[in-house]
Design a protein around this ligand. Sequence first.
Ligand code: NAD
Length: 256
Amino acid sequence: QLRLCSALALVTGAGSGIGRAVSVRLAREGAAVAACDLDEAAASETVRLLGGRGSEEVAPCGGHAAFQADVSEAGAVRRLLEQVQACFSRPPSVVVSCAGITRDEFLLHMSEDDWDKVIAVNLKGIFLVTQAAAQLLVSSGCHASIINISSITGKVGNMGQTNYAASKAGVIGLTQTAARELGRHGIRCNSVLPGFITTPMTQKVPQKVLDKVTGMIPMGHLGDPEDVADVVAFLASEDSGYITGASVEVTGGLFM
Ligand code: NAD
């Protein structure tokens, strides 16, 4: 049984890794997907995988569509929500923020620019998307599920990632507060904390480090993007209808 037949899902960071797997999974559950990425070609490629249209053919659309936006820019996020609403004639009932970056450096050497950039995309980006979506949803009286991708690093920290860990801890607090404020409007907000997942982001991590981490994971292997997408699909669906403000770890047991 398809769980998201009448849903419209907006996915950011949809052009790669977890965001792409989430887009595929939600589409399989019956949702129409608005796939957004900074990289327009990558978002269009995701939509092609879903069997939809590229951004150049966005309107009028029935199935899925690609959108380009930088989530760290307020104007771009506002335009994104307007475009999605215009394209599908309704606000998204599922919003999944997967866009994220790393700029790793030890605290003693981290530049202000590396700090600012990661906070801008990973934390302010989620604030902007959550706020813009919530404004649209509250004014139109629609129920919805907002899912923000944090990280287990936001809970336990990680060497060389003060900026990233701070941004991901921020996402947890932001999402819990949004859950408190939006619950009475029928909008659920949850964050997902992946552990180490095999994507282009973790391809940058040295093999030595990955081997060490793998040794610490009770399940004995890194996760796949689909492992995260399965949990996102659950949180998007009514199967999780009474869950809000939760931080769900998808780590294979790492740092329990
Ligand atoms: P990825 O690099 O494969 O994908 C990230 C996507 O975000 C890319 O397509 C990129 O173009 C897009 N993006 C970057 N900046 C953007 C911006 N300003 N506006 C719009 N889109 C932008 O990474 P991933 O591993 O799939 O990570 C997805 C999310 O999961 C991130 O938030 C990441 O922090 C989080 N996460 C990943 C892991 C992991 O092990 N891979 C673990 C925990 C959390």
